[in-house]
Design a protein around this ligand. Structure first.
Ligand code: GAL
Length: 418
């Protein structure tokens, strides 16, 4: 056996120490990000984003903390207790609008990120309407990663053509299509409201459609009273439509409902365009196997939802958080995540060519239509109000008592919308 000369061995040991030293130094920084993107169709986008982060910031070890449950049903509660308990994640998913501002900004828990955006020279690159949802008192408090549209009716194209149904373009034609499908033994509407917000999602779609965008928006700035007769009409429409839903809706999630459409067990579903991401994960293409139409009144409206990330005060790894936020704000980050997630970018200079036919249409609608903030996804009203509405609509689905629902929603508005 050949002898290893001492000099060479010494050199090898030194080299090894040097390399491992670099490795230790290289992973000394960390960042913990927090979201509810664990489910099929949502996780893929996040994983792609994390990959880009690892390439751009190889020295920062990333912890992907997630709490499962669509719409953030469980994550929001965990986040709140971590924030109140002064153990915040370094950066977390939060909806732009009331959810961010009421829960975390007005309570003094967030650092503004305005100066970071200025430092990176990209403050003006974002859609100003979305930036409004992230701002308070002249400062920006979170960075919008995306824009989702909530008021979309998705359908199984093969199933509609089998029953010779044209894609509905109004509520009347939707009801007619539902009646035809029901007669033919097909479940017209897939619904999965196990986490409650899914029913609110359907209801807010009908509410904005019934009131029109100006009156709907007036509910949140006090110019439309909650005794507007449109509230009752929306509830009645909600009752009528949910009568066409699968009887086991309360046991299913939004993904289960989309799967019913995918498997041809139901024709329609009303859901935000993260459903598009899910269909694509299942292998379907927009305009080929599935179609969509916006569910809105004559003038149109865009039910807006934005997932943003911010910087809590006392973030344990602030520099890691800043590196994460830089990615969220970057074109590369936005154009990686959104085409997979089924969302459009919040930046004005994103690469349109990377987005599919549905998403390009969504970009055009977003630019031209009146935005209506979502209740179910935290933009329009505080979590106390949306939580109360979730519960009230759950009871309404069970008892169908419109008088009671109107009265209780009005009471919730008086108590919680201030
Ligand atoms: C929304 C969120 C979307 C998507 C959806 C379903 O609240 O904004 O990004 O995650 O919930 O989980």
């Amino acid at each position: 056996m050949a002898q290893v000369p001492w000099k060479r061995l010494g050199f090898l040991v030194a080299a090894l120490l040097f390399v491992t030293g670099i490795a230790v130094a290289a992973t000394i920084s960390q960042v913990e990000i927090f979201s509810w993107w664990t489910g099929v169709g949502e996780e893929e986008g996040l994983q792609a984003l994390i990959k880009v982060f690892q390439r751009r910031a190889p020295g920062i070890a990333i912890t992907n903390a997630t709490v499962a449950g669509g719409g953030g049903i469980n994550a929001k509660a965990v986040l709140q207790s971590r924030m109140v308990g002064e153990t915040p994640p370094d950066s977390f998913q939060v909806h732009g609008g009331a959810e961010l501002i009421h829960s975390y900004v007005k309570t003094g828990m967030m650092e503004p990120v305005t100066s970071l955006l200025e430092q990176w020279g990209i403050r003006k690159r974002f859609n100003p309407k979305i930036m409004e949802l992230c701002s308070y008192g002249g400062e920006i408090y979170s960075i919008p990663l995306n824009v989702h549209r909530g008021n979309v009716l998705w359908y199984n194209r093969a199933l509609l053509s089998k029953h010779q149904i044209r894609p509905p373009d109004s509520l009347d034609s939707l009801f007619k299509a539902c009646a035809t499908l029901k007669k033919a033994g097909v479940i017209p509407l897939a619904l999965g409201d196990r986490n409650k917000w899914e029913a609110t999602h359907l209801f807010e779609t009908l509410l904005a459609m019934t009131l029109g965008p100006a009156r709907y928006n007036g509910l949140w700035n006090g110019t439309t009273p909650f005794d507007d007769p449109g509230l009752r009409t929306s509830l009645e429409r909600f009752k009528q439509l949910t009568r066409y839903a699968n009887p086991n809706h309360a046991a299913l999630t939004w993904q289960d409902a989309i799967r019913m459409v995918y498997e041809g067990k139901a024709a329609f579903n009303v859901m935000g365009d993260w459903a598009e991401g899910y269909f694509k994960t299942l292998g379907w293409q927009p305009g080929k196997e599935f179609g969509w139409t916006a569910l809105c009144g004559p003038g149109g409206n865009f039910m807006v939802i934005t997932d943003t990330f911010g910087l809590p005060k006392g973030a344990p790894h602030r520099s890691g958080a800043v590196a994460w936020l830089k990615l969220i704000a970057s074109l590369e980050g936005q154009d990686t995540f959104n085409p997979i997630k089924g969302a459009i970018p919040s930046r004005l200079d994103a690469n349109r060519a990377r987005y599919d036919v549905y998403l390009r249409k969504s970009m055009d609608d977003f630019a031209r239509l009146t935005l209506t903030p979502s209740i179910a996804h935290g933009s329009a009203a505080s979590q106390v109000f949306s939580g109360a509405l979730d519960d009230l609509l759950g009871s309404y689905l069970a008892d169908g008592d419109t008088d009671r629902a109107v009265k209780n929603i009005q009471l919730a508005a008086r108590l919680y919308l201030k």
